[in-house]
Design a protein around this ligand. Structure first.
Ligand SMILES: C[S@@+](CC[C@H](N)C(=O)[O-])C[C@H]1O[C@@H](n2cnc3c(N)ncnc32)[C@H](O)[C@@H]1O
Ligand code: SF4
Length: 351
């Protein structure tokens, strides 16, 4: 049995796929192909808003290839995770995006994909030829106690023969012990996700007797302990905790985006949000006047930027010169904002 290593925020592993390693750095873009899925997992976390046939790159709804490429560049992604719904309902679109990403960012741009179906050799061959590096199967819970009788064993063998890294990824709940034995026999890795409540699965999860671990997380009581119990059955195992996903991955992705998009005067916080000062001008003509005043005070031009309603400026400079620039038609703030396009303002502190 391989050694189990304790990761951050309750996660643990004896094996991490390349896809997981990049995800842990916050360096994977999430490409959500379609929200449509033929399965009906009681724990399905896909939101009502996403259950349509639309594609998203991270949080951005995409309409063109350019939108997808922009999102990769914005976070300087080193790879992409293809998900859904069931991405293979749109097999041609999946192949199109794999080829696009590999052409644009090189073969080193790592691509993994989740699927709940067991594709045949022909489909796997098309995916491998397009450049798919890693595939993670998610069999329906009803099949977990008879995995040997399903077509997943063949899909796993074919995918391995085609040179892909192959795994199974399921939530950590009762029955997963059978899948751990199957993964071990099939020679693939097993990712167990800590079971989480979401807006769309609450009723079904409560009906099955699952309860929240505490009021600060969405994780279910017992899911983590259960993963620890079955870990010895499988040589290549990874338990991904709910708080790891929220606290670590998301924060690292935000920091990555912030570092890649911050203006010279934006300060990046430990949470990946950005801080800067803002002079809000009630009268449009005052923006020019305020800008001239700042230049006269020898504020370097790269330390400020005019916006639709005023001027963004380094927070520390605005704090220093607040009294000199203050006027009845101006409001001065320090803003904290998510580093995303039109990022949400987290806090607006008046000066
Ligand atoms: C959300 S699915 C998306 C891709 C695809 N629909 C699938 O199911 O494989 C990706 C992974 O999330 C995990 N998952 C699904 N529901 C979950 C839940 N409520 N809590 C934690 N993990 C969950 C499963 O292990 C699944 O492999
Ligand atoms: S396979 Fe994935 S998207 Fe489909 S119902 Fe299950 S969890 Fe939801």
């Amino acid at each position: 049995m391989s050694e189990i290593i304790q990761g951050e925020a309750g996660s643990f592993y004896s094996f991490l796929s390349d896809g997981c390693k990049l995800c842990q750095q916050g360096a994977k873009m999430v490409l959500f192909i379609t929200g449509i899925c033929p399965k009906d997992c009681f724990y399905c976390p896909v939101s009502d808003e996403r259950r349509t046939d639309a594609t998203y790159a991270n949080e951005r709804k995409v309409f063109t290839d350019k939108d997808v490429l922009e999102e990769v560049r914005q976070m300087d992604a080193l790879g992409t995770g293809i998900t859904g719904g069931e991405p293979l309902l749109k097999k041609n679109l999946v192949i199109h995006y794999i080829k696009l990403l590999k052409t644009e960012f090189g073969m080193k741009h790592h691509i993994h994909m989740y699927t709940s179906i067991a594709p045949d050799r022909k489909m796997l061959n098309e995916l491998a030829e397009a450049g798919l590096d890693e595939i993670r199967f998610h069999p329906a819970v009803e099949l977990w106690d008879r995995m040997d009788d399903t077509s997943y064993a063949d899909s796993i063998t074919f995918a391995k023969e085609l040179g892909m890294e192959v795994g199974i990824e399921i939530p950590s709940i009762k029955g997963a012990e059978n899948v751990a034995l199957f993964a071990e026999k099939a020679g693939c890795f097993l990712n167990l996700n800590e079971l989480e409540f979401s807006d769309t699965n609450t009723d079904a999860m409560k009906a099955k007797g699952y309860t929240l671990r505490d009021d600060v997380s969405n994780a279910v009581i017992g899911s983590e302990e259960y993963a620890a119990e079955i870990a010895p059955a499988c040589d290549k195992i990874h338990f991904c905790s709910s708080s790891y996903k929220d606290a670590v991955q998301l924060r690292k992705r935000l920091i990555r985006i912030a570092e890649n998009t911050a203006r010279p005067f934006d300060e990046i916080s430990e949470d990946g949000t950005i801080y800067y000062g803002h002079i809000e001008c009630a009268v449009n003509e005052d923006i020019k006047t305020a800008s001239n005043e700042l230049l006269q005070m020898e504020v370097p031009p790269e330390m400020m930027e005019t916006t639709a309603d005023g001027i963004d400026i380094a927070g520390w400079i605005l704090e220093e010169i607040a009294e000199s620039i203050r006027s009845p038609i101006r409001k001065l703030y320090i803003l904290e904002r998510y580093p995303l396009m039109d990022g949400l303002i987290v806090e607006k502190i008046p000066l």
